[in-house]
Design a protein around this ligand. Structure first.
Ligand code: ATP
Ligand code: MG
Ligand code: FE
Length: 341
């Protein structure tokens, strides 16, 4: 089975071709990061226009790379939500038009199901049940996955997502958007830690909260400036390390709790923050000591991409609706998903 996957929920246009026999045949991606950087965040209207500009060339490129033609494609999967309305509509409209014109089945995909299933691209044998730690720019959730298509949210953040916490504190430090990987790079040279809060760490449940970190980092910066200490060099690296430690400590502790509580000895970590190596090292340490399995997406497929949408589309293929009516849902709830077979 050959699935063409199209992702356009935020600021990445991604197109991929997934073959159920041979895995990923093509994966093309255009990131709008440079476009949005000057605004310090994603500007929705600019995002839609840029998706429109790039999406057809990326589809052509993917087909060429995979050495396939449209009439060999069994289904077209597109991200139907959650995400930015205008951005979603570009992907949905293009997917629908191509599907309709070529009489190819159309499959709406939930963006977060794409993230959750993405580790299958690294390990084909991965199968539920597993606990998923979904850590991205917009979400921080712990999810019990009994089977593909059934997602039970065990824990969520009360406010900012963990990726958002990285990005917002990075911005305070004058780092480019999105700041997660810049914090991570600087943190490698960090030596000392500044005390930063780990909110909800000992709450006894799987609820998280990251918004307090912004205030704490702001206060830290102000205190250092009062002491005429400039935020650069080793000081900057130490702050970055402190931020990374604070965020990853919470994520590790909550994942461990989820493993313990559910008795499920398999953890899947996904979303942009799962590219963070400090997080991976801490989780791997625990996994070894407590004898459970842990699976990540390939490093380049942690952030948004078409590959995970094509993959999730494959699992939804048999469950597809017929016809070409479609809609997008910018606030689609993951736990409302169901699969028939
Ligand atoms: P959502 O999937 O919730 O809609 P999104 O699609 O915008 O959000 P992703 O593309 O999955 O999110 O991830 C982007 C996030 O990952 C950003 O917040 C970014 O800073 C973060 N990120 C990427 N690499 C790293 C890293 N090495 N360390 C920490 N954070 C990282
Ligand atoms: Mg993005
Ligand atoms: Fe995402």
């Amino acid at each position: 089975t050959l699935i063409l996957g199209i992702e356009s929920s935020c600021d990445e246009t991604g197109v991929a071709i997934y073959d159920s026999e041979n895995g990923l045949l093509a994966n093309t991606l255009y990131s709008q990061i440079d476009l949005h950087r000057q605004y310090g965040g994603v500007v929705p209207e600019l995002a839609s226009r840029d998706h429109l500009r790039k999406i057809i060339p990326l589809i052509d490129e993917a087909l060429i790379n995979a050495k396939k033609t449209l009439n060999e494609i069994d289904a077209i999967a597109f991200t139907a939500g959650p995400g930015l309305n205008g951005a979603l509509l570009i992907g949905a409209t293009v997917a629908n038009s191509i599907a309709f014109a070529n009489k190819i089945p159309l499959i709406p995909v939930h963006h977060l199901e794409g993230h959750i299933l993405s580790p299958i691209l690294a390990d084909k044998n991965l199968a539920p049940p597993f606990v998923a730690l979904l850590v991205s720019g917009g979400h921080s959730q712990i999810i019990a996955v009994e089977k593909i298509g059934s997602y039970h949210i065990l824990g969520d953040t009360l406010d900012d997502a963990s990726g958002e916490a990285f990005d917002k504190t990075a911005k305070m430090l004058g780092l480019p958007y999105p700041g997660g990987r810049y914090i991570a790079e600087l943190a490698r040279h960090g030596k000392e830690s500044y005390p930063l809060p780990r909110p909800m760490l000992n709450s006894g449940n799987l609820t998280m909260s990251f918004s307090g970190l912004k205030t704490a980092v702001l206060t830290l910066i102000q205190n250092l400036e009062k002491q005429q200490i400039s935020i650069e060099g080793q000081v900057l690296a130490d702050i970055a390390k402190s931020i990374e430690e604070a965020i990853t400590d919470v994520l590790v502790k909550k994942s461990m709790m989820a493993i313990k509580e559910t008795g499920i000895k398999q953890l899947v970590v996904c979303g942009g923050v799962s590219a963070n190596l400090t997080l991976r090292n801490k989780l791997n340490d625990y996994a070894k000591r407590h004898d459970y399995r842990i699976v990540y997406p390939p490093l380049d497929l942690c952030t948004d991409n078409g590959a995970m949408i094509a993959l999730a589309g494959y699992y939804r293929f048999k469950d597809r609706q017929s016809g070409y009516s479609f809609s997008v849902n910018p606030r689609w709830d993951l736990s409302s998903l169901q699969i028939q077979n």
